[in-house]
Design a protein around this ligand. Structure first.
Ligand code: PMP
Length: 459
């Protein structure tokens, strides 16, 4: 047995993979990714792929940045681990917290670190509950989220997520949450409805839910400025202004989940800046370290901090925190990664090269499979449909997307298939000529899928 075959065998006999059909995987085996260079990764047979999803929407600086390796090695050698419990601290955590406060909107002044986006959103839920208990309003606990939202998979964050696969058979949601209509005009706009009327309808729906539940029970509204894992769904014009006004009117905290949007993905520093609203809490992860190390940060307002801090003074502690909260190697890598994003102006690159990506993808609107092309900066998607005029999806949903995912691999392009939506989110270091290569591979992929349609046994 070759090394690679024995690896595959060990994989299918030992690992349970996230987001994978385990029985299909046992039959098919893994694609073992072996190394990376820039926007490319290579499997263990040496095949090259453009990583069109930057790993999991996360590797801003590319797959071989030596400065991050050196930053990790330096910190490993000096202080490989220390915690931040009970007043202990260390320089990388302090400096990164300072940097995040400087980079994010002015009202956000305090930072709490976790290792993952899910842990961060669980922490947001607990912080908000803790704050409202401290403020003597113990009924103010319900979160508003949206269908198709992705906020993670732990018990609380998975409850905020609005995707059936994350709830079904996991007994979620398990916290008080109301999921509002997904703000995707193409799919959820009514026939004849204008985009402005769609926005107004969604904001009115949110207000109706607030009044139905009672504003004294609604703690926070959480949303990704641009919903990513749910299908790359830019909000309709005016949506965030409407939601922000409701939050202010009913004393509801506004939480921007910037785990994918943050650090330049949309061609602006943060998604909330891109769409012009001011959250009380901003959640960041993924591109904070380019995912070279696991890290997430909650950046929040002084008012929230004060409510929490006053309560810790009453009871003597804040009973929340992870062994790896602010891990020194992760935060050192984060600092260096954010320095690279600044020095190379990767936010500007996402705006400039992102405009080329969006322009080139817009041409696929004429492709017979493509119902909608959408995105912002360096994140985009093509929704594949069976009938462009009626927007009718393929039946069953997912087969054509899976075919596109596989055809992408055959053409040297890794994409994400979300149902029948093909999502792209390449590393922020991508160049204009690499975007053209990505688009060429995508074009071949779509043509291959179109040719396979008769064999896909669609309804
Ligand atoms: N929020 C958003 C917007 C995400 O996209 C993700 C992960 N894709 C998460 C939270 C959860 O992050 P993690 O997988 O690190 O737990």
């Amino acid at each position: 047995m070759s090394a690679s075959n024995s690896l595959a065998h060990a994989d299918i006999t030992t690992l349970l993979h996230p987001y994978t059909d385990a029985r299909a995987h046992e039959a098919k085996g893994p694609i073992v990714i072996d190394r990376g260079k820039g926007i490319y990764v290579y499997d263990d047979s040496g095949k090259e792929y453009i990583e069109g999803l930057a790993g999991l929407w996360s590797v801003a600086v590319g797959f071989d940045e030596p400065r991050l390796v050196e930053a990790a090695a330096r910190q490993m050698a000096k202080l490989p681990y220390y915690h931040t419990f009970s007043s202990k601290s260390h320089e990388p955590s302090i400096r990164l917290a300072e940097k995040l406060v400087e980079m994010t909107p002015e009202n956000l002044t305090r930072v709490f670190f976790t290792s993952s986006g899910s842990e961060a959103n669980d922490t947001v839920v607990k912080m908000v509950w803790y704050m409202n208990n401290a403020l003597g309003r113990p009924r103010k606990k319900t979160f508003l989220a949206r269908t198709k939202a992705y906020h993670g998979i732990t018990v609380a964050s998975g409850s905020l997520t609005g995707l059936p696969n994350n709830h079904r058979d996991f007994d979620l949601p398990a916290i008080p949450v109301r999921h509002l209509t997904c703000p995707h005009f193409y799919r959820f706009g009514l026939p004849g409805e204008s985009e402005a009327a769609f926005t107004a309808r969604l904001v009115a729906e949110a207000e109706q839910v607030i009044l139905e539940e009672g504003p004294e029970t609604i703690a926070a509204f959480i949303g990704e400025p641009l919903m990513a894992a749910g299908g790359v769904l830019p909000p309709p014009e005016g949506y965030w202004q409407g939601i922000e006004a409701l939050c202010r009117k009913y004393d509801i905290l506004l939480v921007a989940d910037e785990v994918i949007n943050g650090f330049g993905r949309l061609g602006s520093s943060f998604g909330c800046v891109h769409y012009g609203f001011t959250p009380d809490i901003l959640v960041a992860s993924k591109q904070i370290t380019s995912s070279y190390m696991p890290l997430a940060a909650i950046v929040f307002s002084e008012a929230i901090y004060n409510a929490i801090a006053d309560n810790t003074a009453r009871i003597g502690t804040f009973g929340h925190g992870f062994t790896a909260s602010g891990h020194p190697v992760a935060t050192a890598v984060g600092l260096e990664n954010l320095a690279i994003i600044e020095e190379k102006d990767l936010v500007g690159n996402a705006a400039r090269v992102g405009a080329v990506l969006q322009r080139e993808l817009a041409r696929f609107a004429d492709h017979p499979l493509v119902g909608e092309v959408r995105g912002a900066g360096l994140i985009a998607a093509l929704e594949l449909v069976s009938d462009k005029a009626t927007k009718a999806p393929f039946a069953p949903i997912g087969k054509v997307g899976a075919a596109a995912y596989a055809a992408g691999h055959a053409n040297g392009l890794i994409v994400r298939a979300i149902g029948d939506t093909v999502a792209l989110c390449p590393p922020l270091v991508i160049t204009e000529s690499q975007v053209l290569e990505l688009v060429a591979r995508l074009g071949r992929t779509l043509d291959d899928v179109a040719a396979q349609l008769p064999d896909l046994q669609l309804g």
